[in-house]
Design a binder for this molecule. Structure first.
Ligand code: HAM
Length: 413
């Protein structure tokens, strides 16, 4: 029978064993973040809508994709479409000592047209580091993402890197680009012909043939950086070279959010379809703290999409789902009380144990044990208690309720 209700469009349930992979991925990321001095930040999933509107009015994320609504108290709030603006809001609220280095994990909400790799609720792990403009921090941030991907086993990733300049060099460049593209407005794709003024830089990243041709000889920001931005970018590249992190300079990289300044990057998973192959991205946002009402404060970070990373892992055959979810499965044909007591004892001793319910037959319980992924089955019947290995052939060995826990712990060593 078709279910009466299904998950909302663009969202999905994550069941075991894939959900165990989500948890393992987040744990792995937490380890990398902790090793580099980042603390976990736990945040609300919704904010005053203005927190996100401050990111820039010309981006699709803010203009079209926000899940915003009025709550019962008449406040206009939005489910967070991304993590950076919320982190900056928290920085301004709590005044932590800079540099403030945090990591996060959790869902983000964007009202997008759902397709493979693009959802209305996706999940990210990410970091933000607020309070220093030191270019060596940019290297640390990129190195963290890069080491994390490598640790998962991903090999087919490229790092696209650019500098988007700052408040000194970007405005005159933007003006020059605007003039250049306005003169070629008729040659641009339908979406961008009307929007040259919104953010002319985004047109450089348009994948449609018309825009690619029209912008081919357009001036590029990398050739027009001011002295400070140029020095910053040179130091970042030197740091990445020293760390042995390969990158491609991408003169058309813009990214979908407006707050980026200076170092900006994206990791593309080559195993995925080109349209949705950004497995993560980030960069500096040296003007965002000010935009949200704070003093001039630099910041940098990234967000990595968990679904896209897991898709890339599937495509590359790495970071498989964990298979050893249980140590012991208890089978009991004497009424269930013995299984109840044995599983509680085993769990108290740190053993991962499960059992069958509803007084099923020995055969049915054995099937459950085999399906459970447990290494051992403890079988309890009128003749007593035995332990057998499920993962390989072997004779059942007798144990007693008194020796059970020690015997299992010994086998698990
Ligand atoms: P973003 O590139 O918009 O950046 O999102 C980060 C990552 O989340 C993307 O690279 C992609 O892997 C994943 N992602 C984004 N939207 C979707 C979607 N609809 N479905 C599936 N996956 C998606 C940011 O949000 C910035 N806050 C990153 C950042 C942090 N920059 C500085 N600090």
């Amino acid at each position: 029978m078709a279910p009466r209700y299904t998950a909302p469009k663009g969202t999905f349930d994550v069941l075991g064993p894939r959900s165990a992979r989500y948890a393992a991925l987040v744990a792995r990321f937490a380890d990398h973040a902790a090793r580099s001095g980042y603390d976990l930040l736990v945040q609300p999933m919704f904010e005053d809508v203005e927190v996100f509107q401050r990111m820039g009015a010309s981006t699709d994320v803010v203009r079209k994709e926000m899940y915003d609504f009025e709550d019962k108290g008449g406040r206009h709030v939005a489910l967070r479409p991304e993590g950076t603006a919320s982190a900056v809001r928290a920085y301004l609220e709590h005044h932590p000592t800079p540099p403030w280095k945090i990591w996060y994990a959790g869902p983000k909400f964007r009202y997008e047209r759902p397709q493979k790799g693009r959802y209305r609720q996706h999940h990210e792990v990410g970091i933000e580091a607020i309070g220093t403009a030191d270019p060596d921090l940019d290297v640390e941030v990129i190195a963290l993402a890069s080491a994390f991907y490598a640790d998962l086993g991903l090999r087919r990733l490229t790092l696209r890197l650019t500098s988007l300049g700052d408040s000194v060099c970007r405005p005159p460049y933007r003006q020059a680009l605007h003039e250049y593209l306005s003169a070629r407005r008729d040659e641009l794709c339908a979406e961008h012909a009307d929007r040259v003024g919104d953010n002319p830089l985004r047109i450089l990243d348009c994948k449609r043939d018309a825009c690619i041709a029209a912008a081919e000889a357009a001036p590029r920001l990398l050739d027009n950086l001011c002295e400070d931005c140029d020095a910053h970018f040179t130091r970042v590249r030197a740091g990445l070279d020293a760390a042995g992190i390969a990158y491609d300079i991408d003169r058309s990289l813009v990214r979908g959010l407006d707050y980026y300044t200076r170092t900006t990057f994206e990791f593309a998973a080559l195993a995925l379809d080109a349209a949705q192959n950004a497995a993560g991205g980030g960069g500096r946002y040296d003007g965002l703290v000010e935009e949200l009402g704070g003093p001039v404060t630099p910041g940098i970070g990234f967000g990595l999409g968990i679904e896209r990373i897991l898709d890339a892992c599937d495509a590359e055959g790495v970071f498989p789902e964990p298979t050893d979810r249980l140590d012991v499965f208890v089978i009991d044909t004497t009424g269930g009380a013995a299984a109840r007591d044995a599983t509680l004892l085993l769990r108290a001793a740190g053993v991962r144990a499960d059992r069958s319910f509803d007084g099923r037959s020995w055969k049915a319980q054995m099937k459950e044990a085999q399906r459970s992924g447990a290494r051992f089955a403890v079988s309890i019947d009128a003749d007593g208690m035995t332990v057998r290995t499920l993962t390989e052939k072997g004779e059942p060995q007798p144990v007693t309720a008194v020796t059970l826990v020690d015997s299992i712990l010994e086998r698990l060593q």
